[in-house]
Design a protein around this ligand. Sequence first.
Ligand code: RIB
Length: 310
Amino acid sequence: MSRKIVVAGLYGMSLLLHMKNFPAPGETVNGEMTALEAGGKGFNQAVSAARNGADVTFLTAVGEDAFGEKLAQECRSYGLSCMGSAVLAGEKTAAAAVMSDAQGESRVVVSAGACAAVKPEDFDFSRFPQSGILLLQNELPCGVNIEAAKAMKKRGGTVLLNPAPARKLEEELLRHIDFLIPNWGEALALAGLDGDAAPAEAAERLHELGAPNIIITLGGKGLYLSFQRQTPAFIEAAQVKAVDTSGAGDTFCGAFAARLAKGDSRRSAARFANFASGLSVTRRGIMQAIPFEGEIQAFMLAQTFGDVRG
Ligand code: RIB
């Protein structure tokens, strides 16, 4: 039977804007609104895990406002349970502007609102499932992440941290993390290295900080895996033309957690999730880009053996 997944992270309203070129300071450019939808790294990752067949509980914090009131309905429509999420009086629900350009790059601004103000005591972590998988990001306060990670470890579970956006990693948090999943920029920032460094060097520094298993997502260059008791390895990216990379890291993390939950090995879960994010960047937007399990399987076959649709 699959292990249960808990994703604790940010939920908010995302305004997705597509433009030819990002505006320079002081410049206004024309853009196209591609969506106004529920988002947040946590929410996106929870959706990605659920689309891969996982049993997902999503924990977040919202304000007492119209968008916060829609949390339960949004979660239901994406197949998530949000029982135990916090509603904070006097706070606003998070909101984000997600911009993408013609090169497929993305830029994000987030106002975390209730997700910045929430405290560990606003949640009841004692309800975490035995031997579950907890997926965290850096959009909730570090103190919340630490208490959530401790609670999941106490229940014999596995803890994954996607350190996005990058911020100082608390030693106490790292002690309870099994997998650290940064992108290249985050890996460099956390390791205190500049862009000339090699992934192996960054991973080495991150191991020294206490992370036992590391996956560095390298965009078009694939993945660098550095796992305990395994020789480090690169996995190539899927062969695609990226049209929009918004949410690709979230797609990866959710799919990886879902495959671990099903009992895949670390490497095979990472390989699967690599195809999931590869497929997601061929689509515009975030929610509509996060792929379902069957689509990923078909994409893997087509990438591995050529187009099998005949
Ligand atoms: O990773 C993309 C996400 O980051 C967006 O959904 C936005 O809400 C921000 O939190």
